[in-house]
Design a protein around this ligand. Structure first.
Ligand code: SAM
Length: 240
């Protein structure tokens, strides 16, 4: 997976990606990151990337030109790589992070993890001139119903959850198979040593060594927890 991120804060993206599992995945060549600093592509002599909004109103808007030129640079990089590898570059999905987009979830992360290259556009200020969005964006994506100052944290959230679904990124101890949202339910409660802490004991069934009973207990706990904390997930499954 190759990520191309168009941003005003490349250092935020690289710092976020250069830790833990994602750093290891980059070292292993399983994922790669190319940041494109939008301010570096502005033709404005003051390096401005924003301007006033037509029709008035508070706040500034990111203008078309710097983003368009950044986009052309991303396309050029994609073309060069494809040529070096003897394949056609094809059309890549370009994700604009926006509170107005489809809300990101595990199923969407799984869908995107099948892509080989993804481009992210991080907005700032009051957002981005609609015309450039119409021209280049394939997917408008939100990470939830709240408003952040910029698209960098949402892009990091997405790259983190997509990357851990790519084969080889997690090792056996970190498997993504048995987790919340798999099969539409939350994960069961988990415990590690010691088997008693502050008078609280680990449930006996988990110490029993009886594999089938452990599985049954976990399934029940998953359903109970989902019903308590996220009844909407169960309603989704029954189509209510
Ligand atoms: N005026 C915009 C609106 O009302 O829809 C909000 C702009 S927000 C202050 C600035 C930028 O942060 C957006 O362009 C977007 O890139 C990012 N952003 C904010 N909240 C987000 C969210 N929930 N999901 C994804 N991106 C978000």
């Amino acid at each position: 997976m190759r990520y191309y991120v168009m941003t005003l804060f490349p250092e935020l993206i690289t710092k976020g990606m250069n830790t833990g599992v994602l750093w290891r995945a980059m070292e292993q060549g399983l994922i790669s990151l190319d940041c494109f600093h939008i301010r570096g592509y502005t033709k404005n002599k003051h390096k401005r990337v924003d301007d006033y909004t037509y029709g008035g109103g508070a706040g500034m808007l990111m203008a078309c030109q710097p983003i368009w030129d950044t986009y052309l640079a991303v396309q050029e990089r994609i073309r060069e790589r494809a040529a070096a590898e003897g394949r056609s570059p094809g059309r890549k999905r370009l994700i604009y992070l926006t509170p107005q987009g489809r809300v990101f979830d595990q199923a969407f992360a799984e869908e995107l993890s099948k892509e080989q290259e993804l481009i992210f556009l991080c907005g700032h200020y009051e957002g981005v001139d609609e015309r450039i969005l119409e021209e280049i964006v394939t997917d408008n994506v939100s990470i939830g119903d709240y408003v952040l100052t910029g698209g960098e944290l949402p892009a990091l959230v997405m790259m983190d959850s997509i990357s851990r679904l790519i084969p080889g990124v997690l090792n056996n101890d970190e498997s993504a198979e048995d987790e919340s949202f798999n099969e539409g339910v939350l994960e069961y409660p988990q415990y590690t040593r010691p088997d008693e802490w502050m008078g609280k004991r680990v449930p006996d069934v988990l110490l029993s060594g009886h594999h089938a009973k452990v599985l049954e207990w976990r399934r029940e706990q998953s359903l109970k927890r989902t019903a308590e904390r996220r009844p909407d997930l169960l309603a989704d499954q029954t189509g209510k």
